[in-house]
Design a protein around this ligand. Structure first.
Ligand code: SAM
Length: 471
């Protein structure tokens, strides 16, 4: 029986509830009065339930769809302003004992080179990332308790935080590793991680078991209940996601929102972020072998609906998507993007992008400098900010900052100051010129006089070589 407060996967992601939701959505998708009511509710930033959201997803009326997109853009502007936070993934090890049928790191892939970074190699990778200008990483690893035990992951996190090359520093490490125990989550928390990210891949249990035929990841309940264990272990910023293409997108969309509702119901705080990866070609993986691929239009609608249904949750888009798709969805509500990513172990220290050991093909292959300039040319502020979690603003404390509307006095100046650091230390002359002008113009958009003055003072200090200011 469906129960969002239950700690059992099959009760908070109840299959019948999803089927009933899809039937309800089909029944009401042409009820334009209801659609309008839902849009009105969403406009008050109250969020929408999985059932309500599913009606909007099924609605095919062009005029109402335009309204959904416009509302998503509005909410994005009101809440997140024009800042886009940048990060990069760092692959530590591709050893894996799972059998995920969509991932080239699956155990049966015998021709892919297996690699696990030594601490010296972690150092080299981090220096390469710092030299690009990155301040925030998401570490990635296959699941292999012998080759990549939790102690290895913790050691890598320590190494990453300890490296200060020139003016560089990694100030926030997010972690995307397999579902683990409460005790291990506690250790990750103690190591100072930011968000714990785990993609559900699919919420459809039967498909999940087929797509993960072997290895510990086969256990649907253990995987689906991971975020509850993470929260029990003290991690209050967790990131959800499904791998679009594996199952029917309407099913996944309802499941994703039910998962968010469950976290809110049990822990009083929803997911910090939602990621929206789509399946990509990789070594021995052909995405056309999966029949549930979604086109760019549907993808954009899903992004817009996530924005209006969970307005306080950040949304992440990776370099799996091309520049043009990213352009479209950033406007609709994405708050974080990766830049200049390499998805193979040791990829950042290679001159050429290694194609044979990537976890997936990267569509957006531009440099970080190009991405930063592109964002600014579109009117966004690229942000390297990591202040919230370093100031203890995680979980519901971050949510209250969001809800109180104080973001403009906090995240906005932080974005400007970290952009200034980037411009001073890493940008090309062209990017620097665009950025300096942007900072001057955006200073005016800090509402409080006092905060604006402090920010101006910090910017001046940054230009004299002092680093790491934050509100
Ligand atoms: N092994 C960990 C786990 O089990 O969650 C870490 C995750 S993996 C390094 C990162 C994510 O990449 C996966 O959760 C999956 O959604 C995604 N991924 C795997 N294969 C992919 C492919 N062919 N195309 C796009 N994304 C893929």
């Amino acid at each position: 029986m469906y129960n969002p407060k239950s700690l059992k996967a099959e009760e908070f992601i109840d299959h019948q509830e999803i089927l009933d939701t899809l039937a309800y959505a089909d029944e009401h998708k042409d009820d334009l009065e209801l659609v309008d009511q839902l849009l009105e509710k969403a406009a008050q930033l109250k969020g929408l339930t999985h059932r309500e959201a599913s009606v909007l997803l099924s609605c095919s009326n062009p005029e109402k769809n335009e309204k959904m997109y416009a509302l998503a853009e509005q909410i994005k502007k009101d809440f997140y302003g024009n800042r886009i936070v940048l990060f990069a993934p760092l692959y530590l090890s591709n050893y894996c004992i799972n059998g995920c049928t969509y991932c080239p790191y699956h155990q049966k892939n015998k021709h892919i080179a297996r690699k696990k970074l030594t601490q010296e190699e972690v150092r080299q990778e981090v220096i390469a990332l710092q030299d690009m200008g990155h301040k925030r990483l998401a570490i990635e690893a296959g699941e292999d308790p012998k080759n990549n035990p939790i102690e290895y992951i913790l050691e890598c996190i320590d190494t990453i935080y300890s490296i200060h090359h020139k003016n560089g520093a990694i100030r926030r490490v997010n972690v995307n590793i397999a579902a683990t125990t409460v005790e291990n989550y506690r250790k990750l928390k103690e190591a100072g991680i930011g968000t714990y990210i785990l993609f559900q891949e699919t919420y459809h249990k039967e498909s999940y078991e087929k797509l993960h035929p072997t290895g510990p990841k086969h256990d649907y309940a253990y995987h689906t209940e991971a975020m509850d264990r993470a929260m029990e272990g003290g991690i209050d910023d967790v990131g959800l996601g499904v791998l679009f293409g594996l199952e029917m997108y309407r099913y996944e969309f309802a499941g994703l929102l039910m998962h968010a509702e469950h976290l809110e119901a049990v822990h009083g705080v929803g997911p910090h972020t939602i990621s929206v990866p789509r399946i990509k070609h990789a070594d021995d993986i052909d995405p056309s072998a999966f029949d549930n691929g979604i086109d760019d239009e549907t993808f954009a609608k899903i992004c817009a609906l996530i924005r209006i249904c969970v307005p306080y949750t950040g949304m992440i888009i990776s370099t799996r998507e091309s520049q043009s798709v990213r352009e479209k969805v950033i406007r609709l509500g994405v708050s974080q993007i990766s830049g200049a990513s390499r998805t193979s172990v040791g990829g950042y220290t290679e001159e050429e992008r290694p194609a044979d050991t990537e976890q997936f093909d990267v569509s957006d292959q531009r440099t970080l400098d190009e991405v930063v300039k592109w964002l600014m040319d579109m009117g966004y502020i690229p942000s390297f900010c990591t202040a919230c979690y370093r100031e203890g603003r995680t979980g519901d404390r971050f949510m209250s900052l969001c809800k109180s509307g104080q973001i403009q006095n906090c995240c906005h100046p932080n974005a400007l100051m970290t952009l200034k650091e980037y411009l001073m230390d890493y940008a090309s002359e062209e990017t620097k010129a665009v950025g300096e002008a942007l900072i001057q113009a955006e200073l005016q958009n800090i509402p409080k006089d006092r905060v604006r003055e402090i920010c101006r003072d910090h910017l001046e200090k940054i230009s004299r070589g002092i680093r790491d200011f934050r509100f």
